[in-house]
Design a protein around this ligand. Sequence first.
Ligand code: HEC
Length: 151
Amino acid sequence: MNDSTHTHALPRPSGRGLVRKLGWLVLVTAVGIGVHFSLQGIIQSGDAEKRAGPDLHKLEQLEAVDPARAAKVRAGMLKYESICRLCHHRSGIGGKFTPPIAGKTEEGVQTLLKLYRSGVQMGPLTNLMAPWAAELSDEDIGNLAAYVATL
Ligand code: HEC
């Protein structure tokens, strides 16, 4: 009993408390900075992404040289913006669970959309994609393919 009281009464080496407090201060500051920058990243990227529309510059250039073709691309763009963008991203780069479609050829996109429309099992997430393709007319598919090929 004497021994234990003695152990408790041992003086702590001085400076240790200060080190611990500084440690907490550094930790809290680091976490604070981390939270600040990640929130900033989330808020800014979210806003910028939501505000950004399609790349109209390319379309305007096309309108000047080939109005008929531009009309097709514009119709595809409107459809893409209203449905496809949700999953494949504004610029067609895809998302966490959706494939990128930018960079595909017009024929390639047409073929894929027709396959999805026909109800063929394509990849593991066909059930997510097929209902959208099922709604598309041949004209929609032509327009969408023309637009996706410009992404
Ligand atoms: C609800 C989300 C969702 C929407 C909306 C959607 N897609 Fe998809 N899309 C997917 C998923 C998921 C896949 C992959 C499916 C699979 O695994 O077979 C896919 C696949 C594709 C592919 C084939 C890609 C490849 O490399 O094989 C094309 C092309 C495509 N989508 C175009 C479109 C177009 C055009 C639209 C608008 C009409 C659209 N998608 C709407 C989720 C979606």
